[in-house]
Design a protein around this ligand. Structure first.
Ligand code: 3HC
Length: 310
């Protein structure tokens, strides 16, 4: 961990102070791994209640990581969690939170207008050294960056859920991005323990371009009544070696997320049949049955039990 924490110092732009905007599933995971790796982290949420919620989830997940390393050594587990936690401070003011940031990672709602408003304000508030990244899963990085003056210091850093466990980081390039920025992203990605892949700014980058249409096809299969959700999931786990079947994975990712990804792509590329949103998912979103995080999606969950036992 110590080696990881300082391995980013070899690049010209050293990332030590990281501001994460948005403390949802992805943002709190990104804040966690950054703190675990020795970064000073500022986590920004819209109010103290949401900050508290993010902090609780970070402590729970830090404990899982610590238990793996220190087994039954309760004192060492506690020390690890406390030390990592002490590197994270909360804020409800994005502009002051970036005043000394080397890197800002945005993980807020998937809405271009909202992201534009945020990045415009951040561009004015942050010092010139600050690199900007978006963890968007479906919007164009170039379109998000269009409102800032520092396009050479902008890119996509796309993590996967659960962030502390999934080993991949997609680094998304835009034409204006400087080589120094790219190298800094790469070094930082490695320093937080991820394997980095590089890609162009195309819809879904690499993983979601393949994964989201696959999840939608599985849902269309169950909508047609070809097989039950359980059988579709069992088939893909045992027949293709996936850790989760597509229906449970869609519940895990969240139907608000997958539905908004598909709706955005469908609007932009109406002729692509792979991007058509699913009727049953739209209905689940309407009923606020977003999957694991709300306790029900295509399956029902006892949330507390799910998180404690998994
Ligand atoms: N924080 C820390 N550790 C966690 C964790 C978390 N949030 N969730 C799970 N873990 C750890 C567990 O402690 C366990 O560690 P161990 O094996 O050393 O004991 C390990 O991960 C495996 O977890 P479990 O034994 O509880 O359960 P599983 O073996 O079923 O694994 C899973 C859970 C890692 C979620 C696995 O099912 C999986 O890989 N599923 C697929 C997830 C996936 O595809 N994610 C990508 C979604 S797409 C996306 O995020 C992009 C976005 O833009 C939409």
């Amino acid at each position: 961990l110590v080696k990881r924490a300082f391995s980013s110092t070899s690049c010209r732009h050293t990332i030590k102070n990281v501001t994460v905007i948005g403390g949802g599933l992805m943002g709190s995971g990104i804040a966690q791994i950054a703190a675990q790796s020795g970064n000073q982290v500022t986590l920004v949420e819209v109010n103290p209640e949401l900050l508290k919620k993010a902090e609780t989830s970070i402590v729970t997940n830090l404990s899982r990581v610590a238990k793996k390393v220190y087994k039954d050594d309760t004192a060492a587990i506690q020390k690890y969690v406390e030390e990592a936690k002490s590197r994270i401070q909360g804020s409800t003011n994005p502009s002051t939170a970036v005043s000394d940031a080397d890197l800002v990672v945005e993980a807020i709602v998937e809405n271009l207008e909202v992201k534009h408003k945020l990045f415009k304000a951040l561009d004015e508030a942050a010092p010139a050294k600050t690199l900007f990244a978006s963890n968007t899963s479906s919007l164009s990085i170039g379109e998000i960056a269009s409102v800032v003056n520092r396009k050479d210091r902008f890119g996509g850093l796309h993590f996967f859920n659960p962030v502390p466990v999934m080993k991949l980081l997609e680094i998304v390039k835009i034409p204006e991005q400087s080589e120094e920025t790219y190298q800094a992203f790469l070094a930082w990605g490695k320093s937080v323990g991820k394997t980095c892949v590089t890609c162009k700014d195309t819809p879904g980058f690499i993983v979601n371009r393949l994964l989201v249409p696959y999840l939608a096809e599985a849902i269309r299969m169950l909508e047609r009544g070809d097989a039950s959700p359980r059988d579709i999931d069992t088939a893909m786990k045992l027949g293709a070696g996936h850790p989760m079947g597509p229906v449970e994975l869609a519940d895990y990712v969240g139907h608000d997320t997958t539905n908004s990804i598909l709706e955005g792509w469908h609007k932009k590329y109406p002729d692509n049949p792979l991007f058509v949103p699913c009727d049953s998912t739209k209905e689940l979103v309407r009923q606020k049955k977003l999957g694991v995080k709300t306790g029900e999606g295509y399956y029902k969950y006892n949330n507390l039990k799910y998180w404690l036992e998994n």
